[in-house]
Write a new protein. Structure first.
Length: 277
């Protein structure tokens, strides 16, 4: 399979984060980032991860398939590139969430905290939540959903619209919950496609959430849950093994330690815990 050759327009945080997001595909030989282009003359001649930062007018000198452009300035940049003879069909706008959905380092944005190496797939909405390290979140999930109050006269948030005193407070306009109710996804959690996790729920370490589950209550460590509402299907390991894994906390290891012991993760869980306990 031929690899796609791309140029990333923008060498600031958005471009760097997208480059990081692409890293697994680069390692697999599916994509090659041949250059960053940027209007900032101070960046010219530098490199990011071994990839040169070049003036936009030199893009035509490279062999490439697409130019990835930040959506904020897409119109302006597309005009600039058109003037340089670059066809519009070669341009792809960088989706705002792409810069955020994969990273080696922990990051934080818009009431969301994401641990290192955790990632989420396209279509997923992260509301107010904290996600630990090494988590997988599938397509089209909603994490931190606020539900409407169903115990009153109406489910509609009337007071929010007619009482100005609460317009800027912590009460969510579509919910009986408050914005303090953060969904917490701990470490090494696998969340399947189409899962909904409500605000205030905590998902324990090593848990597995089956596709299209609706999670309204806390999920214990190393349990598999599924269904609507989600219920525990089984425990992944014995209590003693779970205790050992929680003591080891491999997800907090340094990158150097992980690299040194990477082959140990191919062992059976009992061998792994015996080796590292």
């Amino acid at each position: 399979m031929d690899k796609s050759r791309i140029i990333i327009y923008g060498a600031s945080d958005d471009g760097k984060s997208f480059f990081e997001y692409l890293h697994p595909l680069v390692l697999l030989g599916l994509i090659e980032v041949v250059a960053f282009a940027d209007n900032d003359t101070r960046m010219w001649g530098r490199d990011i991860g071994g990839v040169p930062v070049v003036p936009p007018m030199t893009i035509v000198e490279y062999k490439y398939d697409y130019v990835i452009v930040t959506p904020i300035f897409f119109d302006e940049i597309s005009v600039q590139l058109s003037d340089l003879g670059i066809s519009f069909d070669k341009l792809i706008p960088l989706h705002a969430n792409h810069r955020r959905n994969f990273g080696r380092a922990a990051r934080e944005f818009d009431n969301v905290k994401i641990g290192k190496f955790s990632y989420y797939k396209p279509g997923t909405k992260l509301l107010k939540c904290e996600i630990g390290n090494f988590c997988h979140i599938g397509d089209n999930c909603v994490i931190g959903l606020y539900g409407h109050d169903t115990t009153g006269v109406t489910t509609y948030p009337l007071k929010y619209h007619f009482d100005n005193s609460i317009r800027d407070c912590s009460q969510d306009p579509t919910s009986g919950s408050t914005r303090a109710d953060t969904a917490v996804i701990k470490n090494d959690v696998y969340i399947g496609e189409g899962v909904i996790i409500f605000a205030g729920v905590t998902v324990g370490n090593g848990a597995v959430i089956g596709s299209r589950a609706v999670v309204t209550k806390d999920v214990p460590d190393y349990c598999v849950v599924a269904g609507v509402p989600a219920k525990v299907v089984r425990k992944r390991f014995s209590d003693s093994t779970v205790d050992a894994l929680l003591d080891i906390r491999w997800w907090n290891w340094s990158d150097e330690k992980l690299s040194k012991h990477i082959d140990d993760f191919e062992l059976g869980v009992d061998q792994f815990t015996s080796l590292h306990s």
